[in-house]
Write a protein that binds this ligand. Structure first.
Ligand code: DSN
Length: 418
């Protein structure tokens, strides 16, 4: 395939080179399968399919119905769910569809505070959902990161939420879903878990599955640890199926992206294999090693370690650099991370106190514990280099050389500019 648009072709080549030559440590990113890339560029992108299999508003659905049915069945079987909706265009509309489908505007939702690990869509005041619903936030214990369930119960008794929401995008521990469920039951609230970050780890049974604890709804994006195309999946109990489906379409969205649904179906089949389970176990082992090396090298990690695929480094406490400065230093040596607020961060979100790191993408390209040790050493050395460009340049060339031994799935040439 050739792209006859020089500027775009050059940007694509540059991005391929960037992905090939650098270590991707943003925990929500991953490299999808070459088959998924092929399906994203397939003729399924041409098709409108408003409605659901067997009940569409446009003709010509014999093959789109087949792929959506397969995706739904595979999602239910993989996650032990009674019903699946695979149409959400991504994580934010997915969560919005659940709130809007099961609750009324103004209802109270109990959710984790953003700086303690919750997501923007969990009611951050800057999000539309934060204005539409009454979000009450719970926090984690500052050192261990544990959730104080006695405090949570007291907040629930007082605020009488209609929904108890858990799940996170920057919290390095697993959750006790049974404890959330028992509090929700006590106050008559629905339960929802957003496992977007760790959906692949739940699928592989290396992290707990909220549906096993009787949760009403679980949401996950399809592209993070699950390694699929960019999309969202809502899994729920049968009794909520009608309201969830109506909320996604026609409530919130129009035509689903059937090229993405096809890629999701393939992804879900792969996620049920022993190869994927081995991958998920390696993601966790890699995260532990990376966290240990960073701590050995004097870095301060929020909650002092990790039980999942990610960690948050307090760079201000570790080396006196805010998250943006730390992100820039690491970018310069071909390690991509993202700036990150820490619990109750006194700093603003664009100059927060830390960075967030994760191992899903590096693990996909075959990096293991020895590479994690090297990456941990690179990061510590770069952050402790006091702005010495020569040190950063040397680290960059070592890092790039290491990366070239681990091809990125889907990168064809990697021949873009350095
Ligand atoms: N952007 C994703 C993340 O990085 O956590 C979720 O919105």
């Amino acid at each position: 395939m050739s792209i006859n648009d020089q500027e775009i072709a050059a940007a694509l080549a540059g991005e391929e080179r960037r992905q090939q030559d650098g270590v991707e440590l943003i925990p929500s990113e991953n490299y999808t399968y070459p088959e998924v890339l092929e399906l994203l560029g397939s003729v399924f992108t041409n098709k409108y399919s408003e409605g659901y299999p067997g009940r569409r508003y446009y003709g010509g659905q014999q093959f789109t119905d087949e792929i959506e049915n397969l995706a739904r069945q595979r999602a239910c079987s993989l996650f032990r769910a009674e019903h699946a909706n695979v149409q959400p265009l991504s994580g934010s509309p997915m969560n919005q569809a659940v709130y809007l489908g099961l609750l009324k505007p103004g209802d109270t939702i109990l959710a984790m505070d953003l700086s303690h690990g919750g997501h923007l869509t969990h009611g951050a005041p800057v999000s539309h959902m934060g204005r539409l619903f009454n979000f009450i936030r719970y926090k984690t214990a500052s050192e261990s990161g544990a959730i104080d369930f006695d405090e949570l119960r007291a907040i629930a008794r007082q605020s009488r939420p209609k929904m108890v929401l858990c799940g996170y995008s920057s919290y390095p521990r697993d959750l006790d879903y049974a404890a959330f469920k028992s509090i929700a039951d006590e106050v008559g609230a629905l339960t929802m878990a957003d496992v977007s970050h760790y959906g692949g780890l739940v699928a592989a049974n290396v992290m707990r599955n909220p549906l096993d604890a009787g949760f009403d709804v679980m949401t996950t994006t399809s592209h993070k640890t699950l390694r699929g195309p960019r999309g969202g999946i809502i899994l729920c109990r049968k009794e909520h199926a009608g309201r969830i489906d109506a909320s996604v379409f026609p409530g919130l969205q129009g035509g689903p992206h059937m090229n993405v649904v096809a890629g999701t179906a393939v992804t879900l089949k792969k996620a049920a294999t022993s190869d994927f389970q081995a991958y998920a176990r390696q993601v966790l082992r890699n995260a532990k090693v990376l966290a240990d090396v960073l701590m050995e090298r004097g870095m301060k990690l929020v909650t002092d370690g990790t039980d999942n695929h990610m960690m948050v480094v307090d760079t201000v406490a570790s080396v006196g650099l805010d998250g943006r400065a730390a992100e820039d230093v690491l970018d310069a040596m071909a390690i991509t991370t993202n700036k990150q607020v820490i619990p109750d961060d006194p700093r603003p979100p664009l100059r927060p106190s830390g960075i967030r790191l994760g191992t899903p993408a590096a693990t996909t390209r075959g990096m293991g514990e020895s590479e994690m040790r090297r990456i941990g050493e690179f990061i510590a050395a770069a952050l402790q280099a006091n702005g010495d460009d020569a040190v950063v340049a040397r680290l960059r060339s070592e890092c790039v050389e290491m990366c070239r031994a681990f091809p990125v799935p889907g990168v064809v040439s990697g021949s873009g500019p350095n």
